[in-house]
Design a protein around this ligand. Structure first.
Ligand SMILES: Nc1ncnc2c1ncn2[C@@H]1O[C@H](COP(=O)(O)OP(=O)(O)OP(=O)(O)O)[C@@H](O)[C@H]1O
Ligand SMILES: [Mg+2]
Length: 467
């Protein structure tokens, strides 16, 4: 019985010297490669229009096209096709130039058989790994794109309910949240769940571009509109026609561009820079910022009228520390993703490691958790992630020392408090704030004075009548 062998790698020999080509072909066939021979680059390019080979072994000096020009043509027609150049000793410089242009390697003539085989196998192997990686990343991207919004905490569910409601409408949405809370992910979800899903989703990172470039990016420009405008370029408004325009970090837009943006939002019309022709684009706007835009308006940094245009449906995203229930779920999700990406088989997180994560503040929110899990998966040597695999910052919080910053809710989630103890803390705080006046404390707590008295007693907090 023979197991199915993988198909023999197909090597194309491009060489004008028929004798040398025949000799090479014989050696390679003996070593299990399948070969074809082309006497000129033009013949080869013509033949590969349908199916290119797995690897090209090409002479550098040929009559109808030199090796460098041939390489450039191959790059255009078959990017990624591995090429090994063969050259006589005198033209090593050209061979090096070929490497710069993307050839994978070169061999000196007369060809040494061992070197030929080693180089060939090495190049094929590297190429195969690269291809696999590209395919894997593509698969992961699609696989995780649509079921990506992980979360079951009430605060996150409310976000997703709003996302669905917004998606059904044409309303402008303003996504607000700290860095790494999922603003871009939510913008993608709105687009994907909307009637515009088949249209484009155009993302503009407003903080990444200086004022003048941002304007050109959004509005587009005619050829020659300004120095450097070598050709006509459509703007992002135009590109978003029929789809969604996502203005990320909208709080960073400079005042002059704010005015122009406002006009577009009011009229849905605009002109390319350097053009008098009015254009119209039909897009739904989603904006995001990690700034307190209202405060920016008060401080005079952001136009109030633009703020109201953007803030039609605000979608505030909870920081991760306010939905710690989701940490386990998210960690599991990122673990599966990192395992797939790095070909690892980490089973999960130990309870202690998970506890340490749940106790951590995650200033970088979900993004920080994602990076953390990926790092752990890469470095993890055992079957699961243990506290010892976590970075210093997390191991510290997992120590029992209470964190002075932590509010009662944080402590409840960490398991340092139960609900009963939390109730006691809240009642104590209310009593302190009302300086011991029960009617006032009851009002703060939204309960009747009788209920308060009952609870004070229950927690052993009641003092002799104090009013
Ligand atoms: N609920 C979620 N489920 C799964 N992955 C999430 C979730 N929220 C965020 N992520 C992931 O966390 C990372 C950060 O999310 P995203 O880029 O959307 O955040 P952001 O708020 O735009 O951050 P920044 O303010 O830094 O731009 C991304 O890789 C995203 O896929
Ligand atoms: Mg973002």
């Amino acid at each position: 019985m023979t197991s199915a062998n993988p198909p023999a790698p197909r090597v194309a020999i491009v060489e004008d010297d028929a004798g040398q080509a025949r000799q090479l072909g014989r050696i390679l066939e003996l070593e299990g490669f399948s070969t074809s021979h082309f006497a000129s680059p033009l013949a080869a390019l013509g033949a590969w229009l349908q199916v290119p080979p797995d690897l090209v072994l090409s002479d550098l000096n040929m009559p109808d096209m030199d090796g460098i020009a041939f390489l450039e043509k191959m790059r255009e027609a078959h990017p990624g096709l591995p090429v090994i150049m063969m050259t006589a000793f005198g033209s090593v410089d050209t061979a090096k130039q070929a490497l710069k242009l993307g050839a994978h390697d070169y061999l000196l003539k007369p060809i040494d058989v061992d070197e030929l085989l080693v180089t060939l196998r090495k190049v094929l192997q590297t190429h195969r790994l690269q291809q696999e990686n590209v395919t894997l990343r593509k698969q992961l991207k699609t696989q995780y794109q649509f079921e990506r919004a992980v979360g079951a905490a009430p605060a996150w569910r409310r976000v997703m309910e709003t996302v669905d409601a917004v998606a059904d409408s044409e309303a402008t949405a303003l996504i607000l949240g700290e860095s790494g809370t999922g603003k871009e992910l939510v913008a993608e979800a709105i687009h994907a769940r909307s009637a515009r899903a088949a249209g484009p989703l155009i993302k503009v990172h407003c903080a990444a571009l200086p004022e003048s470039l941002l304007e050109a990016e959004l509005f587009g420009h005619e050829k020659g509109a300004f120095t450097g405008a070598a050709a006509l370029r459509k703007g992002r408004f135009e590109e978003a026609d029929g789809g969604t325009l996502f203005l990320d970090e909208v709080g960073e837009i400079a005042a002059p561009v704010q005015v122009k943006l406002l006009r577009v939002l009011q009229q849905k019309t605009f002109e390319r820079l350097g053009s008098g022709t009015t254009l119209r684009a039909d897009f739904r706007l989603v904006a995001a910022t990690n700034r307190d835009l209202q405060a920016e308006v008060k401080a005079g940094h952001f136009r109030e009228d633009l703020y109201y245009r953007l803030n039609v449906i605000p979608i505030p995203l909870p920081p991760l520390r306010e939905r710690r229930e989701d940490i386990a779920l998210l960690a599991q999700h990122f673990l599966a993703k990192a395992n797939a990406l790095h070909r690892k088989h980490v089973e999960g997180l130990s309870d202690a490691a998970l506890d340490a994560m749940k106790a951590y503040g995650f200033p970088g929110n979900v993004r920080e958790l994602e990076n953390l899990v990926e790092r752990c998966v890469v470095l993890c040597r055992g079957p699961r992630i243990e506290p010892g695999d976590l970075p210093e910052a997390l191991r510290e919080v997992s120590a029992p020392a209470p964190d002075a910053e932590a509010g009662p809710l944080d402590r409840l989630w960490r398991g340092e408090l139960n609900l009963d103890a939390l109730e006691r803390l809240i009642i104590e705080e209310a009593m302190q704030r009302s300086r011991g006046v029960q009617t006032e404390a009851a009002r703060l707590l939204g309960i009747s004075r009788r209920t308060l008295q009952y609870r004070l007693e229950k927690h052993g907090l009641s003092k002799p009548a104090d009013e």
